[in-house]
Design a protein around this ligand. Structure first.
Ligand code: NAP
Length: 283
């Protein structure tokens, strides 16, 4: 099947980015799969080969914090002389740690990728989408972009910022046929809380003020790891979003994400706070 549509995906070396690349290639899309380290392409190459879609996937180097790489890639995409139907800003990571302990440098590092990286890639691609008169810009946000949870203030604040920016972008660009969309997954089994979690330094200090609470919080996170959902669900939602000519602004994905939003809608605020604190194990 081929539909001659092209998508650019950031952070395609693992997790949602990898699965979305293969899923869209299987639907006939040409995929510009970008990753900051091309040496990590093997997993996607193998998945593409297994699915028989390797010819539809191109690999490009892109660290979303690298302004020169972003400009060069946007230039390359424009010079192809073909439309770009969708951009999926997926690259991201987390800095677990209590708000009190995370340093300015760690917080800025978090924002550089999750917020400024997604914004910079989008702004580099928007002129092309404006000229062609259509395009989908999908931000892989998080339920943590709607609800704050203990232990993830850096991550949540970067995603809250992304939510505000994207909601505004949606209103500004709709007149040009460009749809900005937020996909908000709950907890899914990818590398984000393992290989890609950059713990705040204070989490490693057993005599820190929050040490005992951190230990309780970590054990709760470890216990819940087995309940993390299949990330293919998120790839499928993203694929449906880019195939939809008029997608909504927000898509919460996963039972936990939808439940958190529902509870916040129906519970009194003080009761909702209690639920969040208790479920995190920090007291
Ligand atoms: N899994 C979840 O439960 C969950 C829930 C809500 C939202 N999300 C969001 O989903 C997105 C994808 O994460 P994932 O869960 O699929 O985790 P993942 O498997 O760790 O994938 C993250 C991807 O982002 C890439 N990346 C990190 N920093 C980058 C940078 N500066 N430039 C380019 N690429 C970079 C990683 O590249 P390397 O391979 O080089 O490290 C990796 O390919 C993230 O935005 C995350 O916040 C995840």
């Amino acid at each position: 099947m081929t539909n001659h549509k092209t998508v650019l995906i950031t952070g395609a070396s693992s997790g949602f980015g990898l699965l979305t690349s293969v899923t869209l290639a299987k639907c006939g899309w040409r995929v510009l799969a970008t990753m900051r380290d091309l040496d990590r392409r093997t997993k996607l190459e193998t998945a593409a080969l297994d699915a028989g879609v390797q010819e539809r996937i191109e690999f490009h180097a892109l660290d979303v914090t690298n302004a020169e790489q972003i400009a060069a890639l946007a230039d390359l995409v424009a010079k192809r002389g073909e439309p770009l139907h969708a951009l999926i800003n997926n690259a991201g990571f987390a800095v677990p740690g209590f708000a009190e302990d995370v340093t300015d440098a760690e917080l800025r590092d978090q924002f550089d990728t999750n917020f400024f990286g997604a914004v910079a890639v989008t702004r580099a691609i928007l002129p092309l989408m404006r000229r062609q008169g259509f395009g989908h810009v999908v931000m892989v946000s998080s339920i943590s972009g709607r609800v704050g949870f203990p232990g993830v203030s850096s991550y949540a604040s970067s995603k809250f910022a992304l939510e505000g920016w994207t909601e505004t972008l949606r209103y500004e660009m709709k007149a040009f046929g460009i749809y900005a969309v937020l996909v908000e997954p709950g907890s899914f089994a990818t590398d984000i809380w393992t290989r890609n979690a950059k713990m705040t330094a204070a989490l490693k200090n057993p005599s820190a003020a929050n040490a005992a609470r951190v230990a309780r919080w970590r054990s709760r996170i470890d216990q819940s790891a087995k309940d993390r959902a299949d990330p293919q669900t998120v790839a499928d939602v993203i694929a449906r979003v880019v195939e939809n000519p008029r997608p909504n602004l927000r898509y919460a994905v996963g039972r936990d994400a939808r439940m958190a939003l529902r509870l916040r809608g129906i519970l009194p605020a003080s009761m909702f706070e209690g639920v969040i604190i208790k479920s995190s194990g920090v007291d």
